[in-house]
Ligand binder design. Structure first.
Ligand code: ZN
Length: 314
């Protein structure tokens, strides 16, 4: 099916990174499988950070390997540095996502390097791919944390975001991801930034990644759509959120994002109600964590026909 919009499930990485209780590898895989059955194709399945930093990802290699056995999915992984990329490439991950924070203060706090060093680190990941024949088909994307605001620096200038994006494109990025890491952004801010980033990237895809910390996540999705963005990250049941920020929530809710897009006539290829099974696996495994989202609690409106179902019926 020709999709209008790509919804990427980042819960197994972003949603779990601050969850203290370790989720067994087989549960992570069962969760990913259940979402794949509902039609989700793109997943960020884990992060190759040292387990000493985030114990939840001690099984990164196993999750990455097992995900490769699930039919029809694109199992991406996050890599904080070259070492992580080396491990991910060896595992056979089809796509790795690097990170360079736009906020210099956040970059230092996050990976203990200057922003320029992080850009050079990303360039080395691309070079490793380029110089290794068996990695020729692997993709290397890069996210720009704090592109829409930073808890340490506050506002982040658009000019700085464009500068870092340009450096990463020059380094050979196959994709650029613009996140609102801490949920600061407003729709007009999102529209303004993406209207500049998307043309700058040309043929290189741009992904928007919103957190719903202040309740504007889906409004920001709509603004991003207006700016021409067609790729979105989300987390099942809105998992995630910083334990040190009271009231913080995780990514926008996958189920609600799919409902919004389908209601607007955009085909996602995902059966929103079929996400319930995956949600039950997740909430059953982590009963202490808050599960967000409206559509699976309320149900679809009477007579609602998703855009994806209309195509399926044709
Ligand atoms: Zn995030």
């Amino acid at each position: 099916m020709q999709k209008d919009v790509q919804v990427r499930e980042v819960g197994p990485r972003d949603g779990l990174q601050l969850v203290k209780q370790f989720m067994p590898t087989e549960t992570k895989i069962a969760w990913i499988k259940a979402e794949a059955e509902a039609g989700v194709v793109d997943f960020e399945v884990t992060s190759f950070v040292p387990p000493s930093v985030i114990p939840q990802f001690a099984d990164a290699r196993d999750v990455a390997t097992e995900s490769l056995k699930i039919d029809g999915i694109n199992a991406m992984v996050l890599v904080p540095n070259l070492k992580g990329a080396e491990m991910a490439f060896e595992t056979g991950s089809p796509k790795v996502n690097g990170i360079v924070s736009v906020s210099k203060t956040h970059n230092k706090a996050n990976v203990r390097r200057t922003r320029d060093d992080s850009v050079e680190g990303f360039r080395k990941i691309v070079e490793l791919r380029n110089n290794t024949p068996e990695y020729a088909n692997l993709k290397v994307g890069c996210g720009l944390p704090t592109a829409l605001g930073c808890t340490l620096e506050g506002n982040v200038a658009e000019s700085e975001v464009l500068k870092v994006a340009e450096q990463l494109l020059d380094a050979g990025a196959d994709e650029i991801m613009i996140p609102d890491t801490v949920g600061y952004a407003s729709p007009s801010q999102v529209r303004s930034l993406l209207k500049q980033v998307i043309p700058l990237c040309g043929d290189i895809p741009v992904v928007a990644h919103f957190h719903d910390t202040r309740g504007l996540g889906l409004a920001n999705v709509y603004a991003a759509l207006e700016a021409g963005c067609t790729r979105f990250d989300a987390s099942l049941a809105g998992f995630g959120g910083c334990p040190f920020a009271p009231g913080a929530t995780g990514n926008i809710v996958t189920e609600d994002l799919v409902f919004l897009l389908e209601a607007e006539g955009l085909k996602t290829g995902i059966d929103v109600m079929a996400l319930r099974k995956a949600r039950e696996i997740l909430t059953g495994a982590l009963p202490e964590e808050a599960a967000h989202g409206a559509i699976l609690k309320a149900g679809l409106p009477k007579g609602f026909v998703p855009a994806t179902a209309q195509v399926a019926a044709e």
